[in-house]
Ligand binder design. Structure first.
Ligand SMILES: [Zn+2]
Length: 241
């Protein structure tokens, strides 16, 4: 295939216009990001290159321009490096599945957290995604087990309670001896809607329900905190002993 100067020229014009956004992607909601509504870079390249750009462009946080940039990086990169990348993707899809109990990612039928008998078996922390489990684990503040919902309720994205692992959570509550559920959904619209729904479902069961406190970021300035965060921080204030 010819890799003409024209193509490279158009590529070089705005290669850094759409940096990969460092902000958190919105959980499992597969709604198109704003960059996907910008003028798409439609089928400019031939076969395999365009296929790669299209596939990369479907990844979260990667718009058409970033997809193009990554695709050309892959084209130019060392073949062995890219083979390792391809193998890592294949392996993760073949080997990694979801825990039968909590739906965390796992290489076995159940994840290592569910297998760990030293953990508090009476407390379940409900999160949206497996990556939230990792985030909480890093804090070493929680010694119970988890339940991964697989997203959050979002009418816009067409995700209702039935698409999440809520029924499985209720099954766990009838099978296991659980005394506390910590609701740790994201502090955004969808996460709050999910938390509200969970509270409605779980309250009649007589289990202690707790919600992660929302507060001010460490190292932040009060004057820069948004009203909702500051309001929540007030609501969640603690007595000093
Ligand atoms: Zn598990």
């Amino acid at each position: 295939m010819s890799c003409g100067a024209l193509e490279w020229g158009s590529l070089l014009e705005a290669p850094h216009a759409t940096p990969v956004s460092p902000r958190r992607t919105p959980g499992a909601f597969h709604r198109p990001g704003p960059h996907q509504q910008e003028g798409p870079i439609t089928a400019v390249y031939e076969g395999a290159v365009q296929d790669l750009i299209d596939e990369l462009g479907r990844l979260p946080g990667i718009g058409p321009k970033s997809a193009q940039r990554v695709a050309f990086h892959i084209l130019e990169a060392d073949a062995e490096d890219m083979k390792r990348l391809a193998e890592a993707i294949t392996t993760v899809k073949e080997k990694v599945k979801f825990c039968e109990i909590c739906f965390n990612v796992s290489e076995d039928a159940t994840c290592r957290i569910c297998q760990d008998t030293r953990r508090d078996q009476t407390v379940i922390c409900v999160v949206e995604e497996s990556k939230d489990v990792m985030a909480i684990e890093r804090t070493r503040s929680f010694r119970g087990r988890y339940h991964v919902l697989g997203g959050a309720i979002s009418p816009i994205a067409g995700i209702g309670p039935d698409q999440l692992h809520i029924r499985e959570l209720l099954n766990r509550l009838s099978d296991e001896t659980i005394t506390e559920i910590v609701i740790a959904t994201d502090p955004n619209l969808e996460g709050e809607a999910t938390a509200t729904y969970l509270v409605r479902m779980l309250k009649p069961l007589g289990i202690t329900l707790t919600r992660l406190a929302s507060g001010l970021p460490v190292g932040g300035d009060l004057e820069y905190a948004d009203d909702v965060t500051l309001g929540r921080a007030f609501e969640g204030r603690r007595a000093l002993s």
